[in-house]
Every structure is written in structure tokens, then in C-alpha cells.
Design a protein around this ligand. Sequence first.
Ligand code: FES
Length: 111
Amino acid sequence: MSTRLLYVCEGGDCTEHGSGDIYHKIKECIEAEDPTQERVKVRRFPCFGGCEEAINVTVFPDRLFYSHVTETDVPEIVDHLLHDGNPVERLCGHVKPDVEEIVWDMLDSPY
Ligand code: FES
């Protein structure tokens, strides 16, 4: 199984809404079961361009663009990644498709 990448936005709007706490909470939950982040790597991202839908979190290569993420969503997000749970559909589809496409193009390209 390939490693997934989960990015938590650290741009201004997402940070104001508390994305720093979301990042730490997700990282803590992932590392509790996957200490070396072999299955899921948790990273920060400068800004996804969907600032008005803060807090934004993306999962790659699944191409899940989660918006309006709060701490209460974290267990479901983690459950999907580590226990084959379902993607959290209610958090998807809030940003415009072209915003998503730009992000997937960026994450697709090697850097
Ligand atoms: S500040 Fe998070 S998407 Fe821009």
C-alpha cells in the first residue's frame, strides 16, 4: 500500500480558524497507530486557495478536499485513513472544482 499524504492548510484564514490545533490533533491520532507515519504522512500546506471555506485539509492521492474541518471531524478522517472507513463526504465539495484541480496538479507534480 502506498503512503498517503494528508495536508493541513497553514494559510492565514485556516490558521485563524485553528488549523494549528487540527494539525496537531490529526498528527497525534495518526502517530498513535502509525508512529513512523509509514501509512499516512501528515504535513502542513501554505494555502490551498479555498480560504473562505477554512479550515481546509486534503488527502492525496485520494483527492479528498475537506473543508470546514473542526476537531470533531478528526476521528472520522483518521478512521478512513487507518481503518478503511469511508471518506467524510459532508466535508467534500465546498470549494470550486477549479480550485481543487490546481491543488491536485500541484500535488501530482514531483517536487
Ligand atoms: S488559508 Fe487555508 S486555503 Fe487559504
